[in-house]
Design a protein around this ligand. Structure first.
Ligand SMILES: Nc1nc2c(ncn2[C@@H]2O[C@H](COP(=O)(O)OP(=O)(O)OP(=O)(O)O)[C@@H](O)[C@H]2O)c(=O)[nH]1
Length: 333
C-alpha cells in the first residue's frame, strides 16, 4: 500500500516556519499538498496567513499536537489516509514551543500511522539572530534542533557573515547528524532539502526515544507551560472592533519593548476601519510588522485577535494596557 510522504516543520517561535511553508507550497502543486497546522491558543493565525491554493489546511488548535496525539492528530491522520490518491505530500507545522519528538514517534512507532504515512524528514527553522537567546532561555529550541534532520538557518540577513558562521558551527555541534542550510525569508529549495535523503529510521527512532518522556507540559486555551524553570504562557486577546493601525502599533511596540525579555512572540490580525483585508500584525522580539491578510467576507464580523506567547506573562497587565491606550473596546476571551 502506498504511503503518503510526510515532512514535519519545526522551529522556535517566529523562526520562519510559515514563511518556508509558503515557499514550499509555491514550489510544488499546491492542490496536492495537505497541511496540518498546529497553533498555540484557540486562534489559528497561520491559517489566515498561508497562501491560498493548498488542497486543505487541517487546523488543530487549542493545544499543542505533541500533547494531543491521542485525539486531534490521530483523527486528522486517519481522515487524511482516506484521501491518499488526492495528495502528494503532507506537511505538519508544529507550534513554536512544541517538542516534536512525540509526533516523530507516532510516525515511526504507531502502526496505525505507519501503515499510511512515510516520514521523510524533520525540518527545523532557526532564527539566526535569536537562536542563542532561545537556547539560553528555553528548553524547546534545543529539543527541536536535536530532533531534526535538516536545519534551515533562516534570517541570515539579520546577522553578520561571521556571526552566521558561528551559529552554523553551534548548530552542527548540537546536532552533528543534521544538514545545515543557510538562507533568508524561508527560500530553501525543497529539491535540495530532499537530496539530503530521507530520515534514517534507526537514527530518528533513537532521537525520538532520547527525547520522549521529557515532555510534561500542559496546554490549554490560555495556558502556562512549566518547562523546568521556564514558564511559557500563551493567551489570546480579542479585539471586537476595527482599530486604528497607527495608534495600535504604537501601543504594541511600547508593550513588547517594555516586556522585551518576557515576550517571545505576538501574532495575530486586526480589522482597521474601511479596509477590505485583515491586517496581520506580528513580532518576534522586534518591532511589529503589519502585512495584508485575507479579505473579510461580507458576512464576517470584523474582529481581530492577537496571541501572546512568552515567559511569565500576565494577561491582566496586557489587557489593562490595551484598555488604556485603545480607542475601541477590548474584551478578554
Ligand atoms: N528579516 C527577516 N525576516 C524574516 C525572515 N524569514 C521570516 N521573516 C519574518 O519573520 C516573521 C516570522 O515568520 P513566520 O514565518 O511567521 O515564523 P513562524 O516560525 O511560522 O512563527 P510561529 O508560527 O509564531 O512560531 C515574519 O514577519 C516573517 O516575514 C528572514 O529570513 N529575514
Amino acid at each position: 500500500m502506498d504511503q503518503i510522504p510526510v515532512h514535519i516543520i519545526t522551529g522556535f517561535l517566529g523562526s520562519g516556519k510559515t514563511t518556508f511553508l509558503n515557499n514550499l507550497i509555491g514550489d510544488v502543486r499546491p492542490d496536492r499538498v495537505l497541511v496540518i497546522e498546529n497553533e498555540c491558543g484557540e486562534t489559528n493565525i497561520d491559517g489566515a496567513i498561508i497562501v491560498d491554493g493548498v488542497e486543505d489546511i487541517v487546523e488543530l488548535n487549542a493545544g499543542c499536537i505533541c500533547c494531543s496525539l491521542a485525539d486531534g492528530l490521530l483523527e486528522a491522520l486517519e481522515a487524511i489516509s482516506k484521501k491518499k490518491k488526492e495528495i502528494d505530500r503532507l506537511v505538519i507545522e508544529t507550534t513554536g514551543i512544541a517538542d516534536p519528538s512525540s509526533i516523530i514517534q507516532a510516525f515511526l512507532q504507531d502502526p496505525r500511522v505507519e501503515a499510511h504515512f512515510d516520514l521523510r524528514q524533520v525540518i527545523c527553522l532557526v532564527d539566526a539572530g535569536l537562536v542563542e537567546d532561545w537556547l539560553s532561555e528555553t528548553d524547546e529550541a534545543l529539543r527541536q534542533i536535536v530532533a531534526s534532520d535538516v536545519i534551515l538557518l533562516n534570517k541570515s540577513d539579520t546577522v553578520t557573515p561571521n556571526y552566521l558562521s558561528k551559529i552554523e558551527n553551534l548548530l552542527k555541534g548540537i546536532n552533528p547528524q543534521s544538514e545545515v542550510m543557510k538562507g533568508e525569508f524561508g527560500a530553501f529549495s525543497m529539491d535540495k532539502i530532499e537530496e539530503f535523503g530521507t530520515t534514517q529510521s534507526r537514527t530518528i527512532e533513537k532521537k525520538a526515544n532520547d527525547h520522549a518522556h521529557h515532555h510534561e507540559h500542559h496546554h490549554h486555551l490560555d495556558h502556562e507551560v512549566d518547562s523546568n524553570s521556564h514558564k511559557i504562557t500563551t493567551f489570546t486577546i480579542n479585539l471586537p472592533k476595527p482599530l486604528d493601525l497607527e495608534s495600535l502599533s504604537l501601543d504594541l511596540n511600547r508593550l513588547v519593548n517594555l516586556y522585551r525579555s518576557q515576550v517571545y512572540r505576538v501574532k495575530g490580525y486586526i480589522a482597521i476601519p474601511n479596509y477590505p483585508n485583515r491586517v496581520i500584525l506580528q513580532s518576534a522580539r522586534t518591532s511589529f510588522i503589519a502585512t495584508d491578510g485575507s479579505p473579510w467576507k461580507s458576512n464576517e464580523s470584523r474582529e481581530g485577535r492577537l496571541v501572546f506567547i512568552g515567559r511569565n506573562l500576565r494577561k491582566e497587565v496586557f489587557l489593562k494596557m490595551f484598555q488604556r491606550h485603545e480607542q475601541g473596546q477590548i474584551a478578554a476571551d
